[in-house]
Write a protein that binds this ligand. Structure first.
Ligand code: NAD
Ligand code: ZN
Ligand code: ZN
Length: 337
C-alpha cells in the first residue's frame, strides 16, 4: 500500500509502498478515504516532545474511511462501515482512568500516527474497540478534522466550564481554533478570537466570534480586559509560549485557562496571581470516545463544519512547510482513496 513515511526526525516524508498491515482478532482494517493534517503530526516528525514517536512512522490521527476487514473478535462493526481512527488508538480498558471515563489518561494507551502507524496511507489498522463510526450525513473530508481538531476543542471547552452567555477566548485560530470557535458558539458561549492576519481573523468573525484580536497589533490580554473585563475561560491552541502567557493573563478571577497547544517550552505561572485570583490552569488532551461521538453529532446536526482545503498525500511536505509558516486557513485534508 502507498503511505507517507518519515524515517528520521526533521527528515522529509517519503511516499512509498509498505506492506499491508495484518489484522489481529480485535483489529479492523480501514481503507482511508481522507486524513486531516494536524500540527501534532509536524511535532511528531520533528521529534519535538519528551516522549518520542516510533520511527519510521506513518503519521496521521485524523484518518477516516471504510472498513474492509474485521477481526474475528469484533462483533459491533462490519465491512463497509464508515469510521475514523483517532489519536486514542487504544487504551487498556481496565485501569482507574479507563473505568472512570478518563481513558485519554490511560498509561497503557497507543496513539495513531505516533506509537503506531496512522492515517497517511491507503490503509490503516485500527483497534475495533476505539474506532468511531461517522454519521451518514458527514462526508469523509468534513469528518476527518473532527477526529482530532474537533474532539479536542469540544472537550477543552467542556473543561473550561464556561456557561452559556459567558465569555471564552480562543487563542490560536488554526485547525483546532477554527473549530473551537464553532463549538463554543454552538454551546452558547460568547467568543473572542486571537490570532494574526486579516484572513484568519475574518474567518473567526464569519464563524461567530464577537471580537477578534490581532496579537501582532495589540496585547491580547489587555484588549480582552478592556472589552469584557477578562474572560471566564480560555482555550489556548497556539504553538507559542507567549500565546500561553497572554491566554493566562486574559482570564477574569475564578476563570479557567485550558492548555491545548503543545509548544515544547514551559509556561511560567505566577503563584501569587493564581492564588489571589483563583485561577484554574488545566491541561486537556483530545477526548474520549464519548466526547468524539458527541462532537460528531454537532456536525451531523449542521452546527459545526470544518473549513477544509483538499490536497493529496504527495503534497504532504509542502503542507508542513505552510503549517510552519502559519499560512493555513482551517484544516488541510488529504484525499487518499
Ligand atoms: P495550526 O498550525 O493549524 O494552528 C496554530 C495557530 O496558532 C495558527 O493559526 C497560528 O497563527 C496561531 N498562533 C501562533 N502564535 C500565536 C499567538 N502568539 N497568539 C495566537 N495565535 C497564535 O495547529 P493545530 O493543528 O490547530 O494545532 C495546534 C496545537 O495543538 C499543536 O501544538 C498541536 O500539537 C496541539 N494539539 C493538542 C491536542 C491536545 O489534545 N491537547 C490535540 C491536537 C493538537
Ligand atoms: Zn487504562
Ligand atoms: Zn491532532
Amino acid at each position: 500500500m502507498k503511505a507517507a513515511v518519515v524515517n528520521k526526525f526533521k527528515g522529509p516524508l517519503v511516499i512509498k509502498d509498505i506492506p499491508l498491515p495484518q489484522v489481529k482478532p480485535r483489529d479492523i482494517l480501514v481503507k482511508i478515504h481522507a486524513c486531516g493534517v494536524c500540527h501534532t503530526d509536524l511535532h511528531a516528525c520533528h521529534g519535538d516532545w519528551p516522549v518520542k514517536p516510533k520511527m519510521p512512522l506513518v503519521p496521521g490521527h485524523e484518518g477516516v474511511g471504510e472498513i474492509v476487514e474485521v477481526g474475528s473478535e469484533i462483533q459491533h462493526l462490519k465491512v463497509g462501515d464508515r469510521v475514523g481512527v483517532p489519536w486514542l488508538y487504544s487504551a487498556c480498558g481496565h485501569c482507574d482512568y479507563c473505568l472512570e471515563g478518563q481513558e485519554t489518561l490511560c498509561l497503557d494507551q497507543h496513539n495513531a500516527g505516533y506509537s503506531v502507524d496512522g492515517g497517511y496511507a491507503e490503509f490503516c489498522l485500527a483497534n475495533g474497540d476505539y474506532a468511531i463510526k461517522i454519521p451518514d450525513n458527514i462526508s469523509y473530508v468534513d469528518a476527518a478534522p473532527l477526529f482530532c481538531a474537533g474532539v479536542t476543542t469540544y472537550k477543552a471547552l467542556k473543561v473550561t466550564d464556561v456557561k452559556p452567555g459567558q465569555w471564552v477566548a480562543i487563542v490560536g485560530v488554526g485547525g483546532l481554533g477554527h473549530l473551537a470557535i464553532q463549538y463554543a458558539v454552538a454551546m452558547g458561549m460568547n467568543v473572542i478570537a486571537v490570532d494574526t492576519g486579516a484572513e484568519k481573523l475574518s474567518l473567526a468573525k464569519e464563524l461567530g466570534a464577537t471580537h477578534c484580536i490581532d496579537f501582532m497589533k495589540e496585547k491580547p490580554s489587555q484588549a480582552i480586559h478592556n472589552l469584557v473585563n477578562g474572560v471566564h475561560g480560555v482555550v489556548c491552541t497556539a504553538v507559542s509560549k507567549p500565546a500561553f502567557e497572554e491566554a493566562y493573563r486574559a482570564i477574569r478571577r475564578g476563570g479557567a485557562c485550558v492548555l491545548v497547544g503543545l509548544p515544547p517550552e514551559d509556561m511560567p505561572i505566577p503563584i501569587f496571581d493564581t492564588v489571589l485570583n483563583g485561577i484554574k490552569v488545566i491541561g486537556s488532551i483530545v477526548g474520549t470516545r464519548k466526547d468524539l461521538q458527541e462532537c460528531l453529532q454537532f456536525a451531523a446536526e449542521g452546527k459545526v463544519k470544518a473549513i477544509t482545503e483538499v490536497k493529496q498525500l504527495d503534497d504532504i511536505n509542502d503542507i508542513f512547510d505552510d503549517m510552519i509558516k502559519g499560512e493555513i486557513n482551517g484544516r488541510i485534508v488529504m484525499e487518499i482513496a
